[in-house]
Design a protein around this ligand. Structure first.
Ligand SMILES: [Zn+2]
Ligand SMILES: [Zn+2]
Length: 386
């Protein structure tokens, strides 16, 4: 009993620590709720080292712990959840260079506490397979397209059509993430949420699902999710221009340019907090930039564009066949290669395989953090209007 009390005391202390550190970032002073929510969840993700883990790594951990064969409604204990998180982070350290090893115990503990705060506020010590799958798939790193495909595979029928009630359940659970970082008023679950995502469509296939989720703008209740990925993509983007408000010599991350004032540019910290100086007002329309081009490069780009007839705009996602291939039953097949590099095997186990452009690529090791990001990844064009 005393031990139990000691342990729950530790849990509370660690939970407080995570939220205290989040508060210290002063993210609450971000005026736009979407950016505020995405920044908070990105903070939690990085603090727990989940930004170094992609959906393939998560699926691998689910498989190692037998979740792929369990009914989605199965409930399991905190100890079981801890085991899954252990697999995720111990495997992560195996992929990390010896110079960049993470603190596994701390990552497990922080993430476990965050999940318990979100999904078990009453301390019943139980969580369903569905909750664990959807939550980890939503807050892990990697590519949003891969994450959404996995999520769809869990909420669709064998014919590849989304089950509305499952999607509703997904929203109900996943919107607890913004709620846990105190953004419930902006992004809490409502009965109308599902209908606002898919208004008229009767049958939602994978392509329709991806079109909707990756559209610009995305559904209002989930707008923080693609933004979290965009934040990650621009985090290391350097703009050699001065912020017109705080006068820092250069800008990292997003850069904003006023559409009315001549050469008025803000760093993300200043723009998100509504700072304005001189004749500029925070009511002016701003354009968001995720990359920087020198004036010389801009000119050469403009020239090459004017010479080319073909549209260079890429689709948001590859097209997938409407009818998924049945997942192969590979239970009795000995994989041809060692298990630690068999993401293809894992993929065909858990997701429709046909038309998958990634099935021949090795996915592990793609988790963020150690790649130089260009910020050109997800949004064609690299700019957007706010
Ligand atoms: Zn600034
Ligand atoms: Zn202005």
């Amino acid at each position: 009993m005393i031990e139990d009390r000691g342990r729950s005391g530790d849990i509370m202390a660690e939970r407080r620590q995570l939220f205290a550190e989040m508060r210290a970032q002063e993210l609450d002073s971000i005026r736009l709720s979407t950016y505020r929510t995405a920044s908070k969840l990105r903070f939690v993700q990085k603090k727990c080292n989940l930004h170094l883990v992609d959906i393939w790594n998560v699926i691998e951990a689910f498989r190692e712990n037998g979740l792929n064969t369990m009914d989605l409604n199965t409930e399991f204990t905190v100890a079981r959840l801890e085991a899954i998180l252990s697999t995720i982070f111990y495997q992560l350290n195996k992929r990390m260079p010896t110079t960049h090893q993470i603190n596994v115990e701390q990552s497990i503990s922080l993430l476990l506490n965050f999940l318990l705060a979100a999904y078990d506020p009453e301390g019943l010590g139980k969580m369903s397979v569905f909750v664990v799958k959807m939550t980890l798939a939503t807050i892990c790193g990697g590519k949003i397209l891969d994450k959404l495909r996995y999520i769809f595979s869990q909420i669709s029928d064998p014919g590849g059509i989304m089950v509305y009630s499952q999607f509703d359940q997904f929203l109900r659970e996943v919107l607890k993430l913004p709620m846990t970082v105190f953004e419930g008023p902006s992004f809490g679950y409502t009965e109308q949420a599902t209908r606002t995502c898919f208004a008229q469509q009767k049958k939602v296939s994978l392509n329709t699902f991806l079109d909707t989720m990756m559209s610009d703008p995305p559904p209002q209740c989930l707008v923080w999710l693609p933004l979290m990925h965009r934040l990650a993509n621009v985090e290391n983007v350097f703009h050699p221009v001065e912020c017109s408000y705080c006068h820092s010599e250069s800008i990292m991350g997003f850069r904003y340019r006023c559409q009315q004032c001549h050469n008025y540019q803000l760093c993300q910290d200043c723009f998100w907090r509504g700072h304005a100086s001189g004749s500029h007002s925070n009511q002016h329309q701003m354009k968001e930039y995720t990359s920087w081009k020198s004036p010389a490069k801009k000119l050469s780009n403009a020239l090459s564009k004017s010479l080319s007839c073909a549209s260079s705009r890429e689709p948001l996602h590859p097209m997938f066949p409407d009818m998924p291939e049945k997942p192969l039953n590979l239970a009795h097949i000995v994989p041809p290669r060692p298990m630690n590099s068999t993401n293809d095997f894992m993929l065909s186990h858990s997701m429709p395989t046909s038309g998958n452009p990634y099935s021949t690529k090795k996915q592990s090791g793609q988790a963020g953090g150690y790649r130089v990001r260009t910020g050109k990844g997800q949004q064609p064009g690299g700019t957007r209007k706010i």
